[in-house]
Design a protein around this ligand. Structure first.
Ligand code: NAD
Ligand code: ZN
Length: 375
């Protein structure tokens, strides 16, 4: 059997049937309550020289907060506050990259993203686009990035997306919502300080945490499942159950949800997500519904595909007294439904994972419309 190696050279390995992914991991991770205090010493050896600053992209929810006063600024380091009210866009990345290039004569020493998935994804994308020509939308897809990004660090302040560990940065572009999936996307350093998640509002804590839970369910029930993904997915699911159905102290729950997010991200790194994510991308593309809540809105209606997962989801929702909004799709036209359905159906690997190679026999536009109409 011929197999393409990492360098796309075809090698003959008798008996080997699959072209396995050789994916990058975050090379350095620090975890623990209060570890944000070590950021200065972590960054120091990465400073190229005094004219090459660190740029901190920080969720503007932290503007004026104690956290900002603890950011270890020296020389001409810069903080840029960014709203996470909307999901990140390719032209937002381009504007940030132009600003940084205009403000400084040299490339920065690095980009530090502080916030949820929105800020983490922006930090990854900006780090890539500082060394690659053109516009960010040209790199939406798989392995289109040609040059290594600059050093970039992810510091999550809310847990669930797994964006801290993944090799993608999900962006809304002019034509599609799609990640820049590449070996250069993954962070060089991640700092996980569970204390930073203390101020997360309850609803958001639930929605983003359910993103993690849904990653586990979709990975563990997918046809791409393998021992690698399963080991991380099972651990993450166990942690999610402890956090959302157990009796942990708040401190323990923050620690465990942060590790659940990491493990959930590792699980999908070597498998794929499924039906909820495919359909949630449609909602997000047309209506701007944010990722976590979008997944919840879809997932509640997927008992046909994930019966045990939906039952657990309902239990968690009840325990935390979460009311999901209703009637989101009530006013939509046929054309609107078609747009969402096309976005969802274009995500072929997600459907293949969820339902196998014959997924088109199970899923069609009418079926998707009937699910969207319930939301
Ligand atoms: P987010 O970054 O969109 O933030 C959600 C809300 O929580 C915002 O209002 C933000 O200001 C607030 N917030 C964050 N931390 C807070 C804190 N400590 N205290 C108070 N408020 C806080 O949330 P998210 O759910 O983590 O990220 C969603 C984004 O992640 C989407 O854009 C999605 O596409 C992306 N995503 C990326 C990946 C990936 O692998 N790259 C995976 C899943 C999702
Ligand atoms: Zn997700």
């Amino acid at each position: 059997m011929n197999v393409k190696s990492n360098n796309n050279i075809t090698i003959n390995y008798p008996g080997l049937m699959t072209n396995y992914k050789n994916f990058p991991m975050v090379p350095r991770v620090i975890f623990g309550q209060g570890c944000f205090g070590q950021l200065g010493e972590i960054l120091m050896p990465k400073r190229i020289h005094s004219e090459a600053p660190f740029i901190f992209l920080v969720d503007d929810v932290f503007e004026g907060s104690e956290l900002v006063s603890r950011i270890p600024l020296i020389f001409n380091d810069q903080i840029i506050f960014i709203s996470a009210d909307e999901e990140p866009k390719t032209d937002q990345v381009d504007v940030l990259v132009n600003k940084i290039k205009n403000d400084f004569a040299e490339l920065p020493s690095g980009i530090i993203g502080i916030g949820g998935g929105t800020l983490l994804d922006l930090a990854k994308a900006v780090a890539i686009m500082l060394t690659n020509r053109g516009n960010a939308y040209e790199y939406q897809g798989w392995d289109l990035v040609k040059k290594p990004s600059i050093y970039h660090v992810g510091i999550p302040t809310i847990s669930g997306t797994g964006a801290e560990v993944s090799r993608t940065t999900v962006l809304l572009g002019p034509e599609k919502k799609l990640g820049i999936n590449s070996d250069y996307t993954t962070f060089d350093q991640v700092l996980m300080d569970p204390d930073l998640t203390q101020g997360v509002p309850k609803e958001q804590w639930f929605y983003t945490g359910m993103d993690c839970f849904i990653h586990c369910i979709e990975s563990l029930n997918g046809t791409f499942l393998n021992a690698f993904s399963q080991s991380y997915g099972e651990k993450s699911l166990e942690l999610c159950k402890e956090v959302y159905l157990g009796d942990l102290t708040e401190e323990d729950a923050r620690d465990k949800l942060m590790m659940a997010s990491w493990h959930g991200g590792m699980s999908i790194a070597y498998s794929q997500v499924g039906v909820a994510h495919a359909m949630s991308y449609g909602l997000s593309y047309l209506l701007g519904v944010r990722h976590g809540i979008g997944n919840c809105l879809v997932f509640q209606h997927l008992e046909e595909f994930y019966p045990e997962g939906v039952e657990l989801f309902n239990e968690m929702k009840e325990k935390h007294n979460i009311q999901l909004p209703k009637g989101i799709c009530n006013e939509l036209t046929n054309n609107d439904f078609d747009i969402m359905i096309n976005v969802a159906l274009s995500l072929v690997p997600l459907w293949e994972n969820a339902l196998g190679s014959e997924w088109r026999n199970i899923i069609n536009p009418e079926k998707l419309k009937s699910i969207y109409q319930k939301i």
